[in-house]
Design a binder for this molecule. Structure first.
Ligand code: ADP
Ligand code: MG
Length: 226
């Protein structure tokens, strides 16, 4: 079943009166539950593509469809609600709150969604266990390694059981071995829970295992099936 579709999407930025076309007439669709890797050199439009897919940007032209809704035809409030409900984000930098513990950071997302405390706690514990951090639940980000911090960020993204996880170079700052572990847990959890995963990464083994590869070059996208 189709979950996301880009229709003739173009995105331009204007800098000092000069137009930069980050995406040019992009068309593709993705099915629910699929795992997609976005590849491309720096500046090819990967982050721009991910922000448009996740309701965080606005295309200059074209439409982004998510489960049959045209995202950018929604009002701001409805778009924000939709974004919180459907998407989970993992960025290159973890953006964890330094004064909160790992557990508290993860639970924050759930508390914002006003779910019952016990339900949030059970989900957070399950996720922490899945990423192998049960015994670090009470630690603050400053007391965790870069890889552990990113695992916590992965848990936070998954907390509200989003249908779609968007990850932008989630291991860009980590060594290869640590990166491997993060990709493995992201992959495992999304597969196990049937979530759609779209990840920008230069990590080859993941690209080999993905259902699709979106290959970007100069703002144009080619979708390949593995
Ligand atoms: P990637 O993630 O593949 O490195 P980006 O999507 O970040 O690529 O950027 C694509 C192009 O758009 C680049 O030329 C970049 O400089 C430009 N760009 C991205 N964001 C902005 C912005 N906010 N303002 C102006 N230009 C931008
Ligand atoms: Mg980028």
């Amino acid at each position: 079943m189709e979950i996301l579709r880009l229709e003739d999407v173009t995105k331009s930025y204007f800098l000092d009166g000069e137009e930069i076309q980050a995406l040019r007439r992009v068309n593709f669709s993705l099915d629910a539950g699929d795992i997609t890797v976005i590849l491309g050199p720096s500046g090819s439009g990967k982050s721009t593509l991910l922000t448009l897919l996740g309701g965080l940007g606005k295309p200059s032209e074209g439409k982004v469809w998510c489960r049959g809704k045209s995202l950018y035809d929604l009002g701001n409030e409805e778009l924000a609600l939709w974004r919180n409900k459907i998407f989970g984000f993992v960025f290159q930098f973890h953006y964890l709150m330094p004064e909160l513990t790992a557990m508290e950071n993860i639970m924050l997302a759930c508390r914002i969604a006003r779910k019952p405390f016990e339900e949030c706690q059970a989900r957070a514990q399950k996720l922490l266990s899945h990423v192998g951090l049960t015994n670090r639940a009470g630690h603050k980000p400053g007391e965790l390694s870069g890889g552990e911090q990113q695992r916590v960020a992965v848990c936070r993204a998954l907390m509200n059981e989003p249908e779609i996880i968007l990850a932008d170079e989630p291991t860009g700052n980590l060594d290869l071995k640590t990166a491997e572990g993060i990709h493995d847990v992201l992959w495992e959890i999304c597969q196990k829970e049937g979530r759609t995963l779209i990840v920008v990464t230069h990590y080859e083994p993941l690209a080999k295992r993905a259902d699709h590869i979106l290959s970007l070059s100069g703002g144009q996208v080619i979708k390949k099936k593995n």
